[in-house]
Ligand binder design. Structure first.
Ligand code: BGC
Length: 265
């Protein structure tokens, strides 16, 4: 089966780094025109755009804080101006600000909820508005596709990360509720729940001794690469997944399989 996203316009939030970067590159390679959204690191976004262009693809870096309503409106408007519309949103931008609950500041709680959860709400809302306005643009079966980047922590509790786990649990229900609400518009909404992936924000946890310790939580015995997640995101955005909506797909080397019970508990 040949997966392609020919002529589709995809917006990847947080496309400058980690999983978002890999998704941007995979989508462009599959024929999409990609907006690589970034918040603060233009250099990294430009580097992703350059890598895509060097491989013969089309991409544009556009700044925008996904937790800011005006920025999100502008981001979608600039995406439509650049490429004539939008077909696929990958709501990927996210942050982590860890602290034990008794030490967690309200600011750190709020920041993570704002970016991870409210940011996905704002982007999904704008995408739905535009998908409805556009109707079917003639390139794919659905009238629009939304992918919500979640985490295994939408189901696995994570001590010391209450803000992050709460945001991902929220994403899971936001995604399913949205999927139910817009299915009749032929807009597909799905989630991806990655486990431990080798990305810049995870460097401390995935390298050296910490990396070895982390492997104890992964039955499959390796840490994931951003490209593992990008391959799934490509399938889920393509017409091959046209009957799929409201699903959250774990991609975690078995992290969510209660590895503590591996040897009879
Ligand atoms: C987090 C990583 C963590 C992984 C598994 C992800 O959502 O971003 O920091 O290693 O979950 O715990």
């Amino acid at each position: 089966m040949q997966l392609n996203l020919n002529d589709r316009v995809a917006l990847v939030t947080g496309g400058d780094s980690g999983i978002g970067r890999a998704v941007s590159i995979a989508y462009a390679r599959a024929g999409a025109r990609v907006v690589v959204n970034y918040n603060s690191n233009q250099e990294k976004a430009d580097e992703v755009v350059a890598a895509i262009a060097a491989a013969g693809g089309q991409a544009r870096a556009i700044q925008g804080n996904t937790a800011d309503e005006d920025d999100v409106r502008r981001l979608f408007a600039e995406t439509a101006d650049a490429f004539g519309g939008i077909d696929i949103l990958v709501a990927n931008a996210g942050v982590q600000k860890d602290a034990p609950i008794a030490e967690m500041s309200l600011a750190d709680w709020q920041k993570v909820i704002d970016v991870n959860l409210t940011g996905q709400f704002l982007c999904a809302r704008e995408a739905v508005r535009r998908f409805r306005q556009q109707g079917n643009r003639g390139q794919m079966r659905a009238n629009g596709v939304i992918l919500c980047m979640s985490s295994v922590h939408e189901i696995i509790p994570w001590a010391g990360h209450a803000n992050y786990a709460a945001s991902k649990g929220g994403i899971a229900m936001l995604m399913r509720t949205l999927a139910q609400e817009v299915a009749a518009d032929r807009i597909r909404v799905n989630g991806i729940a990655p486990g431990a992936i080798r990305t810049p924000i995870n460097e401390d946890a995935t390298e050296g001794e910490a990396g070895k310790k982390l492997l104890e939580l992964i039955p499959y015995g390796r840490i994931g690469d951003p490209e593992d997640v990008a391959a799934l995101a490509l399938f889920m955005a393509s017409d091959a997944a046209d009957y799929m909506t409201g699903a959250s797909v774990l991609i975690d080397g078995g992290m969510s399989l209660y590895p503590g019970f591996e040897n009879n508990g």
